[in-house]
Design a protein around this ligand. Structure first.
Ligand SMILES: O=C(O)CCC(=O)C(=O)O
Length: 265
């Protein structure tokens, strides 16, 4: 299959399914570097990260804290190329990248326990197809995510239904279970397993959840958000609020390439 066709495929998959996977973005060596950094910086007990209600899943508190060495993968040429096919025109990194480690243990259940429930991260007021090609959230993985290894779980295509129903205030308030009988939805949550070095494009309006990590291998990922650049005024406004979205120490130490990517220069 030609490269061009594959690229079209993942963008189309994203539109249809609310997620897409691109393998082999980092080399095995690069992914291993990421593993070492994350395991050094995030530990189950480290105060810079939090679990909330999610057991062994730890997420860095940003922008108060940052891991610049992990953030720097945002400038990886292959990663930027992959993002450039999902966003039309120039784009920038929107916020401090978000490292997440799911250590072995309980998080919030899993697909096998038959009690799976999902949520959306708020509900967008902008119709999906209107924002298509304007933003991309990618989760880069540094170690293989095997089945039962703390993968994201998601109902493919659910973003379309959510969009139709989001106008209903009661609907907006809840998380979703199979019993909700969401008319027209094929209730078939899927584990997003992935090889080290791959990326998962994620649309947070698809019904999704975290999951327990029943294996020994921690799930080691980092989330990066990108957005299409706006007009001159919009970019100036974004620059003014940069300290709200990026860590101050990190801002001070960024190299030219990173500064350019976040829209500082
Ligand atoms: O960690 C995951 O796989 C999913 C996290 C999630 O559900 C969320 O951030 O809203």
């Amino acid at each position: 299959m030609s490269k061009q066709k594959k690229i079209k495929d993942y963008r189309q998959q994203f539109i249809n399914q609310g997620y897409a996977i691109v393998e082999d973005v980092l080399t095995i060596e690069e992914a291993k570097e990421g593993v070492a950094i994350l395991l050094d910086k995030i530990r189950p007990e480290s105060p810079e990260s939090y679990a909330g209600i999610w057991g062994t899943r730890r997420q860095l508190k940003t922008p108060e804290h940052s891991v610049p060495e992990i953030a720097r993968f945002a400038t990886h040429p292959k990663l930027l190329k992959v993002v450039s096919h999902m966003i039309d025109g120039p784009f920038r990194l929107t916020a401090e990248p978000l490292p997440i480690v799911t250590f072995p243990g309980k998080v919030c259940g899993c697909l096998k326990d038959g009690n799976w429930r999902g949520h959306t991260d708020g509900l967008s007021r902008v119709p999906f197809l209107e924002s298509e090609g304007k933003a991309a959230c990618i989760w880069l993985t540094f170690a293989d995510i095997e089945s039962s290894g703390g993968a994201t779980t998601l109902i493919p295509g659910s973003h379309c239904l959510i969009e139709k129903m989001a106008a209903d205030p009661e609907f907006r308030a809840k998380s979703y279970t199979a019993e909700d009988n969401l008319d027209g939805l094929n209730w078939n949550p899927k584990e997003i397993t992935l090889k080290a070095g791959g990326v998962f494009f994620f649309y947070d309006q698809a019904i999704h959840s975290a999951s327990d990590n029943l294996l020994q291998q921690p799930r080691l990922i980092c989330a990066y958000g990108f957005t299409k650049k706006g007009n001159q005024e919009e970019e100036l406004t974004a620059r003014r609020t940069i300290h709200e979205r990026f860590n101050s120490n990190h801002l001070e130490m960024m190299d030219d390439q990173m500064e350019q990517l976040i829209g500082l220069v």
